[in-house]
Design a protein around this ligand. Structure first.
Ligand code: XMP
Length: 326
């Protein structure tokens, strides 16, 4: 049977044997996989590990700051923060097609990653939070034809990235490659990761950029961030967070509707509230939460977020819908 303590011991031995005294680079995303990986590697190789966090500007309100505080102040794991907000936003100017957004974000991610790894490096190894299901999915495709070793042709699929440039061919360190998600959560917990990360809902790599249905702008991101924050606060407060697979807001910036606030007419954007239950994200259902919870979220968003005057609840299951709107 699987025990985390035995796993940790063994993984630390393996990692040390594999990397020796070489430097290892890790791209943190804030999710449970890369965070657990960072904790494990930090324990195994200390300051041979360099953590990098690329802020694309599409994270939820205050998330980048929380992540940095958590790692650096609470756990004393240094993180190189890369502020990519302006350049990622520039890539999305005028872009409305969902797949084009993903492609551009992925390509920019590679560029930033390349620049930063050269600036901070050189690195012999790249650590990836590859899990067992990812290994199966990409069987054979990531193997060096000469050495038979798994190589980095992909920075985790959720960055939606086709391939790393040839001169960036790191050797991989993938100590989570035999684990399922639940085991990673257990491992993270044993390593001291806080509940807020261990139990965190999935969050897409392109983040809020695919929750603005249309062109992404700074102003729209701000509106969505504020609405999304209220959703999170109320879902947490109500105790529903652990019962849901995901809970978030979507902004429809190309739709405006009429409303009335005080004695003034408003003509602004709607926000879609998406609360879903799911086992694995492959199928999902809209969550039957209490009407009062919906009412609180709706009232708060309309009253507190300028630019939003209407909240609608998405009652579409997957299939035929998807969880995200893009
Ligand atoms: P859909 O919308 O396809 O989403 O029902 C299923 C799960 O995948 C997440 N998702 C993404 N995650 N990059 C990611 O890392 C993406 O481009 C992406 N698109 C969807 C979604 O949040 C849900 O958990």
């Amino acid at each position: 049977t699987w025990t985390t303590e035995a796993f940790i011991e063994e993984a630390i031995r393996e990692v040390r044997a594999r990397v020796g005294d070489k430097k290892v680079l890790l791209a943190l995303s804030g999710g449970v996989d890369s965070s657990t990986l960072a904790f494990l590697l930090h324990r195994a190789i200390g300051d041979q590990l360099t953590c990098m966090f690329i802020d694309q500007g599409f994270m939820r309100k205050e998330e980048p700051q929380r992540l940095l505080r958590l790692f650096q102040e609470q756990f004393h794991i240094p993180v190189n923060y890369v502020d990519g907000q302006e350049r990622f936003l520039k890539q999305l100017q005028g872009i409305t097609d969902p797949e084009e957004k993903r492609k551009r974000i992925g390509a920019e991610f590679i560029r930033v990653f390349e620049e930063e790894s050269q600036r901070l490096g050189p690195f012999e190894y790249l650590a990836q939070g590859t899990l067992y299901p990812d290994v199966i999915e990409s069987a054979n495709t990531n193997v060096d034809p000469v050495t038979g070793e798994r190589i980095a042709v992909k920075i985790k699929s959720h960055h939606n990235v086709g391939g790393l440039p040839k001169n960036l061919r790191f050797k991989l360190v993938e100590p989570l490659r035999k684990l399922f998600k639940d085991e990673v959560r257990q491992l993270g917990q044993s390593l001291g990761l806080p509940e807020e990360i261990v139990r965190r809902h999935p969050f897409p790599g392109p983040g809020l950029a695919i929750r603005i249905i249309g062109e992404v702008t700074k102003e729209r991101l701000e509106i969505l961030r504020d609405a999304d924050m209220i959703v999170r606060q109320e879902i947490n407060r109500s105790g529903y967070y652990p019962k849901l697979w995901q809970a978030f807001a979507v902004l429809l910036p190309d739709v405006r509707s009429v409303g009335v606030m005080g004695d003034k007419r408003t003509y602004t954007y709607p926000v879609v509230l998406r609360l879903v239950t799911s086992e694995d994200g492959m199928t999902a259902d809209w969550a039957r939460v209490p009407y009062d919870l919906l009412a609180t979220i709706s009232n708060r968003i309309v009253n507190e977020v300028p630019g939003v005057n209407r909240v609608v609840y998405d009652i579409t299951s997957k299939p035929p819908g998807t969880i995200e709107w893009e």
